[in-house]
Design a protein around this ligand. Structure first.
Ligand SMILES: [Ca+2]
Length: 484
């Protein structure tokens, strides 16, 4: 049955949406911080001599559905990515970096809250939020922008949010001063899908809380996001207020588009063109940071929200030597590129195999900012600054992998146990494993050789870790499952 849908957008200023004491406290923190830095912030000249104790700024760039094997510096043979390669050569490439989940919405919730998505309800049977979903990231959650605000940070989000499209869920009501982008996936427009009329609205392009365009030309999105980001950085360079620029790209999520300058250029075809444009975009951001003097006080991190969408065949990416892709908790669904860059702070040219989760970015940024982690709730992220700044082994030994609210697998050290396995797409029911599958990922990153029979004591240990974790909290009600 066709679902009638009325888009719910409005244009009220962000501050009128603030209600919770936590958010008010955050904004009061911003106000106090702004007052403290106001003389510098009003200045027009670039801050050539920031104070020695200046807080670092953060730029988090996230591609959508980019696979572990899609960058030249991660081994792709035909996609040219000179800017990512240079970023890695000047910084650190992580070889065991994990997204927070194998699909968009829960992955972004993990990054933004430093918590497993089951804690915030941003997971469910529907897997992601759709244009007919009325849920979103609850007001009670504390986003990275909100956690940084009391330390004087100004935050901006440019790109695909996917944590709720209604005004109360948009970035400007989750601690970000501004938002520009498409609020959910670029395949969720009004067009028919498989002959079915979905009744969804035309794809909205939003500035702050207002829809400013419908069905924007997607070939121009990467360029427009980049221009917005560069303009923000130039403005930020004129003052001394630390900032968070969160840039979750719409590409290379299918349908993929590249602008004329990049189209028909890559031997990999259109997918390669799209990745090369993301490469250019990242180069523009790093160049702007260098030109404005922000480089040595800005940590830039590049990653992807989940593995490649293999069901899209040549329109989707590659997980390289990893098994499966988006939607699956095999390695290809969750292990993604992770590159850190911060001249004079992140040592150049390092490749670090530490196990790091996108949830750790939350805790690491908060620590580097001298801000406080939320103390009234469990935070699953760990401070990995010893990895990023000193090339040390990571603090993380254990990481749990979820599909909906089920813990499907756990990694502990080099071992990974699967309790249930399922292809990301095309396999309606999971394979349940009474005896979990066990892989040694240092020896066998492709998860080919099940060693459960040879190492029953490891299976028992990992089962116990997963049982204790699952019993430690009750998943929050799903924000995804019922279009209301
Ligand atoms: Ca995605």
């Amino acid at each position: 049955m066709q679902r009638q849908f009325t888009p719910y957008f409005e244009t009220a200023p962000a501050h009128q949406k603030l209600q919770s004491p936590i958010k008010l406290a955050c904004w009061l923190g911003i106000a106090v911080a702004c007052a403290l830095v106001a003389p510098a912030a009003r200045g027009q000249a670039p801050a050539a001599n920031p104070p020695a104790n200046a807080k670092p700024s953060f730029v988090i760039i996230m591609a959508d559905d980019l696979g572990y094997g899609d960058l030249a510096c991660y081994g792709h043979p035909t996609i040219r990515t000179p800017e990512f390669d240079r970023m890695a050569a000047e910084g650190m490439r992580l070889t065991q970096f994990y997204s927070g989940a194998p699909v968009c919405t829960p992955s972004r919730a993990a990054l933004m809250t430093g918590r497993y998505p089951a804690r915030s309800g941003l997971c469910g049977q529907r897997r992601v939020l759709f244009p007919d979903s009325t849920g979103g990231l609850p007001d009670s959650e504390i986003t990275l922008a909100e956690a940084l605000a009391p330390a004087g940070y100004r935050s901006i989000c440019i790109g695909k949010w996917h944590l709720g499209y209604q005004p109360k869920y948009l970035p400007t009501n989750h601690g970000f001063a501004h938002y520009f982008g498409i609020p959910y996936s670029n395949d969720m427009g009004a067009e028919t899908a498989g002959g079915r009329i979905r009744g969804w609205p035309k794809t909205p392009l939003i500035r702050d809380l207002a829809v400013i365009e419908e069905d924007p030309d997607q070939a121009l999105l990467t360029r427009r996001y980049t221009e917005e980001a560069v303009a923000f950085l130039r403005e930020a360079a004129a003052g001394q207020q630390p900032f968070l620029l969160y840039l979750p790209h719409t590409m290379p999520h299918v349908p993929i588009f590249a602008s004329d300058k990049f189209k028909d250029q890559s031997p990999r075809g259109l997918y390669g063109d799209v990745v090369t444009e993301l490469d250019w975009s990242t180069g523009e951001i790093l160049r702007t940071l260098r030109e404005t003097g922000l480089a040595n006080r800005t940590l830039v991190f590049f990653t992807s929200d989940n593995g490649p969408w293999l069901a899209q065949r040549l329109r989707g990416g590659s997980a390289g030597l990893l098994r499966e892709g988006k939607g699956s908790t095999w390695e290809g669904g969750v292990r993604v590129p992770g590159i850190a860059w911060w001249p004079d702070h992140v040592p150049a040219g390092r490749v670090n195999p530490a196990i790091v989760s996108s949830m750790d970015l939350f805790s690491t940024c908060v620590a580097l900012a001298g801000a406080a982690l939320p103390s009234d709730r469990p935070i699953d992220g760990l401070d990995v600054s010893p990895v990023l700044l000193r090339d040390e082994p990571g603090p993380r030994q254990t990481l749990f992998f979820y599909r909906d609210t089920a813990v499907t697998a756990v990694r502990h050290g080099p071992w990974k146990a699967h309790f249930q396995t399922q292809a990301g797409y095309g396999q309606p029911k999971p394979d349940l494993h009474d005896t979990p599958l066990l892989y040694h990922l240092d020896h066998d990153p492709s998860e080919k050789l099940d060693l459960a029979a040879q190492h029953p004591e490891v299976v028992t240990q990992l089962q116990q870790l997963a049982t204790e974790h699952a019993a430690s909290f009750q998943p929050a009600p799903s924000q995804l499952d019922e279009p209301k």
